[in-house]
Design a binder for this molecule. Structure first.
Ligand SMILES: *[C@@H]1O[C@H](CO)[C@@H](O)[C@H](O)[C@H]1NC(C)=O
Ligand SMILES: CC(=O)N[C@H]1CO[C@H](CO)[C@@H](O)[C@@H]1O
Length: 448
């Protein structure tokens, strides 16, 4: 009897919903789309959010606009910047230094990097999966020694002095930027370098060379050779930047639905003062990363390969009036930021915000993530076998969800898998998860 009432109730609810949908359907839909797009722009960024520092046929050097400019939700990481470097095979990036401490991850390719610091030259061979720290002010140049592969680096930068202003200083001039020597007065340059101005002009004058240039193979080979040799020589550096390969590390989690690799300051001491953890996530096609949140860290993810989508939940305060109460009330509601992801997309999951990432049916989704404020951070899963909520006591479960603890367990532990699981594409999840809850609601109503 009561069941019939419930069913009638839900029918009438459905009916009123559908009739209100018909009303003004077009504009509502448009508004919804517009709102969705606006929401997505709070935490997911594409091509248009980058500024190009260098862009030529031989390579690209670009930087994401300051977070404070991109979104009011990212005030907490305003003094970090995200960079992207891409070079064609057999190229050379002219020596530069920046005002930022940084860590980069080699997304693709292989090459060699040289750093001038502590009165010496430190060179390293770099390859896919390497994480490497570069100190602010170290003069850096690099080459791609591969003949057929691009070299791609994702780089997290933290300008010194708590500022978002990232600055590059180039010793040799190029089409994109002149040499900083040109900034000095001729008198100072002549005196400091003990060179007549005509010769200075030859060295630092107008350059037709690009910042990333094609280089003759023998020069590339010579620089690469130096890098190999330098790694076996005695080490003069107090602060070495020797890279750490993340892909060779044992995964944190792994099953046939995906893989998560993490490097923190215990693996690479150089990450300590940056307070950053670097991770690589590979979600198999058709699968998803279980909903989770980070306790302290901002997760800054760059999609390096594949496609899929992300959902991030954030609370939004809405003000409303109760009819007979003049006082204004506020109510917390949750809004979903949802956006497709493809190669090059950048996504930020702020601390505490429940997030889930899904790979497309066709391709696995690969991401490199910089987790900012990594110290004492925990990644908390809210679905799957290791669901944190299943740690609630029986009584607390019943009080919190208003149904029998057994039912809560069935839903919260609804999955045999943890961390990586079947995505929504496979359709089974809905049936398995929702039915017990629906039944429990019905029996709960019947029992009243
Ligand atoms: C990512 O996973 C797919 C299969 O799920 C695999 O083919 C691919 O090699 C993996 N890539 C990396 C870099 O782990
Ligand atoms: C010039 C140079 O060092 N080229 C090397 C680039 O990398 C490939 C693949 O490892 C080598 O075969 C080339 O000799």
């Amino acid at each position: 009897m009561k069941r019939t009432v419930l069913i009638m109730l839900s029918f009438s609810l459905l009916f009123s919903l559908s009739s209100s949908l018909h009303h003004d359907q077009e504009t509502e839909k448009q508004q919804e789309e517009w709102q969705k797009e606006k929401n997505a722009k709070l935490l997911i960024f594409g091509e248009e959010s980058y500024e190009d520092l260098v862009s030529s046929e031989h390579g690209k050097l670009r930087i994401l606009k300051p977070f404070a400019e991109l979104s009011p939700m990212l005030q907490g990481i305003t003094n970090y910047r995200l960079g992207w470097f891409e070079a064609e095979p057999l190229t050379f990036l002219v020596p530069t230094h920046t005002n930022a401490d940084s860590v980069f991850y080699v997304v693709e390719g292989e090459g060699a990097i040289a750093l001038l610091h502590e009165g010496n030259r430190e060179s390293h061979v770099i390859e896919k999966g390497d994480i490497m720290r570069v100190w602010a002010g170290s003069i850096m140049y690099l080459i791609n020694k591969s003949k057929n592969q691009k070299l791609k680096l994702a780089r997290l930068l933290r300008p010194v002095g708590n500022t978002a202003s990232f600055q590059v200083f180039q010793s040799a001039g190029s089409e994109e930027a002149e040499s900083y020597f040109r900034g000095f007065s001729t008198e100072i340059a002549e005196a400091a370098l003990n060179t007549p101005r005509e010769q200075l002009h030859q060295l630092f004058g107008h350059q037709s060379r690009a910042a990333i240039t094609k280089a003759p193979e023998e020069k590339i080979r010579a620089i690469a050779q130096q890098a190999y040799e330098s790694e076996t020589r005695p080490w003069p550096f107090r602060r070495s930047n020797k890279p750490f390969n993340l892909l060779n590390k044992q995964p944190m989690y792994k099953n046939n639905r995906g893989k998560l690799l993490e490097a923190d300051r215990n693996d690479y001491e150089q990450l300590r003062d940056l307070n950053v953890r670097v991770t690589f996530t590979n979600i198999s096609r058709g699968s998803m990363l279980a909903p989770f949140f980070n306790t302290r860290a901002f997760k800054l993810a760059v999609v390096t390969k594949g496609s899929g989508y992300v959902e991030i939940i954030y609370p939004e305060e809405k003000e409303w009036h109760k009819e007979d109460e003049p006082q204004r009330q506020t109510e917390e509601r949750y809004t979903r930021v949802s956006s497709p992801l493809s190669q090059g997309s950048v996504m930020v999951s702020p601390p505490g915000h429940p997030t889930s990432i899904v790979a497309s049916k066709e391709q696995s989704l690969q991401m490199v993530c910089f987790e900012i404020q990594a110290e004492s951070n925990e990644m908390v899963f809210i679905a799957g076998k290791n669901n944190m909520l299943s740690e609630l006591e029986k009584e607390a479960k019943e009080l919190a969800f208003g149904v029998a603890a057994k039912v809560v367990d069935e839903v919260l532990r609804g999955r045999e898998e943890e961390v990586f699981m079947a995505g929504p594409w496979e359709g089974k999840g809905g049936e398995k998860l929702v039915r017990p809850l629906m039944e429990s609601v019905v029996s709960f109503v019947e029992g009243v």
